[in-house]
Design a protein around this ligand. Structure first.
Ligand SMILES: Cc1cc2nc3c(=O)[nH]c(=O)nc-3n(C[C@H](O)[C@H](O)[C@H](O)COP(=O)(O)O)c2cc1C
Length: 250
């Protein structure tokens, strides 16, 4: 099994979503067997990715080939070679961070052109076919951390977006609240225990091909209780030198 982990956070090793994603991948590797699994990590922050120019040459002229040549050439190749694509990202204004969105927009060459087909309005109108059939065999997992105390309602727009793009059963979304706290040294031991749940979910994903609703519910339980979280987040903003936010990202 080939796993491609695309990290859409610009916080490098401080990234909370990357921590969760790596824990999940660890579970996948353990379940699938180390010698049977190849993991490739791509940090979008280190990649040169232009925005989609919207020229539609990839739909009309060059059928599947983007006219812009930058690091997307290499990343698209990695996507083609992988069985599971994991996109890890922080929630930004209830949506995707712009670098990940730029990556996604540049994948439009792998989607077939939009055509008018009579009668498709009620079902699947917004689902474009994949240009290459092998893309349908790949699994997409989204793993995201957000800053709020709980994830309730935070991911509605992300869910809606991917329901439209992949179909409701075409992807797996794993989310975690209190993201900043995963980078806080004070909670190091708690974080270790918390991440075990994501490793277990990774194992389940390989075993069953999905993460059950019961496991999802467990993953959504916040790491800190309300009072501890409230104290920690407020101290973070009020006390210089305390807390994970505001540290310079190398
Ligand atoms: C520009 C910006 C927008 C954000 N918007 C949200 C938001 O809408 N909801 C939320 O819960 N957290 C929001 N956050 C907080 C991040 O999602 C949170 O800190 C996350 O854990 C960062 O993950 P990372 O360490 O992987 O980058 C925002 C942060 C930034 C910098």
């Amino acid at each position: 099994m080939r796993i491609l982990l695309i990290n859409g956070s610009l916080r490098g090793e401080m990234s909370s979503s990357l921590k969760i994603a790596r824990a999940f991948v660890q579970g996948m590797v353990e379940e699938n067997g180390e010698d049977q699994t190849i993991v490739t990590e791509v940090a979008l922050k280190d990649k040169n990715i232009d925005h989609c120019h919207g020229c539609f040459c990839c739909w009309k002229n060059s059928k599947g080939k983007c006219v812009i040549h930058d690091d997307m050439d290499e990343i698209r190749q990695l996507v083609m070679e992988s069985d599971v694509i994991i996109e890890s990202f922080p929630l930004y204004f209830f949506g995707l961070p712009s670098k990940l969105k730029a990556f996604m927009d540049r994948m439009i060459c792998y989607v077939s052109e939009y055509r008018a087909v009579n009668g498709d309005e009620s079902t699947g109108r917004f689902l474009h076919e994949m240009r290459y059939p092998e893309l349908m065999q790949k699994k997409l997992v989204l793993i995201s951390a957000c800053g709020y105390e709980e994830t309730v309602d935070c991911y509605d727009s992300v869910r809606l977006q991917f329901d439209r793009i992949c179909g409701p059963n075409g992807y797996t979304l794993i989310t975690a609240p209190q993201g900043g706290m995963l980078a806080e040294k004070t909670f190091e031991n708690k974080v270790k225990r918390y991440l075990v749940k994501f490793t277990e979910a990774g194992k389940e994903f390989v075993r069953d091909g999905q993460v059950s609703d019961a496991t999802m519910k467990k993953l959504e339980i916040p790491m800190l209780g309300h009072n501890t979280f409230a104290q920690a987040i407020n101290l973070n903003w009020d006390e210089p030198g305390v807390g994970p936010y505001g540290k310079i990202v190398p």
